[in-house]
Design a protein around this ligand. Sequence first.
Ligand code: SF4
Length: 349
Amino acid sequence: MDLASVREYLKNYDGPDMQIMEVCGSHTGAIAKNGIPGLLSPKIHLLSGPGCPVCVTPSSYVDKLIELSMNPKNCIVTFGDLLRVPGSTKRTLSSARGEGARVKMVYSPMDTIDLALKDPETDYIFAAVGFETTTPVYALLVDEVIRRDLRNVKLLTAIKTMPEVIRYLCESGAPIDAFIAPGHVSVVTGTKIYEPIAEEFQIPFGVAGFEGKELLAAIYGIVRSYGKGRVMNFYPSVVREDGNPQARAMIDKYFIVHDCAWRGMGIVPGSGKVLREEYRYLDAGSIGLDEDHKANPACSCDRVLMGKIRPYECPLFGKICNPLNPQGACMVSTEGSCFSYYSNHRTDG
Ligand code: SF4
């Protein structure tokens, strides 16, 4: 079917109401940038899910980073997104830096190696947050630390895995009829990983790319598969059924499955990774960071992340909460759904 026919079908769709969740933060951004909601029938609703790594990190993890950062012997190494995420209070890594904490922003985890080599007196702690996409790079970092026998690099991990949280959402009765499966994560996991969930809950999955036409093709395939347990790959140029076994082997070499806490959701069984016991000496205290308290009690990030409300339904959205003054994690990162809705003036239902 050509693109014009797909657009016409989706605009005039008059079947059952469908709630389709995109679980990837990059998809949330791409959907807004391409004006996808405006191309859909009012019976097709898009929901953002828990696919922004910073947004799903519990407050106790941020608190721990801040605590570590205040030790003059330490320097926290992180991607920029984490700097402004509030912990259980309004304190952030950025505000800790204002109090004298040492925090370095990097573009690659491997930059930690250079920092550690140049300054052996400092302990460099890398904030390893993310999904299957970034975990292989964290494994490479561990590999290099061991190879060079570096004694001043550690990781504080909050590594999450997607299929388990998708299953958790299905089991929790979230109002979801289908998933736009994450493109980047699926490069590593492959498409097969979603099949048991699709079958058990009789819902379709469409693995999508990030171009407007790729997203429309995935939504079209999903809508045509309403009520069917089916996994479709609309991103075959980079995603295979089996994913990337080498990347998964690298992850498995250093990390094992662990129950872990997601912001606003509590502990999701088997949904995270921690360093294997034999490499735990490289861990800066990641296990047991399960507490989650909102810095602002009115923040609704938990309900946004589970698809129970849209960002603009949070009472703080656009009022006291905006990208310059984020009250919750979902307004901080460009992958956060509140940030994306706010920046793109998105108010679709
Ligand atoms: Fe939290 Fe702000 Fe989003 Fe509301 S708008 S859920 S306060 S991040």
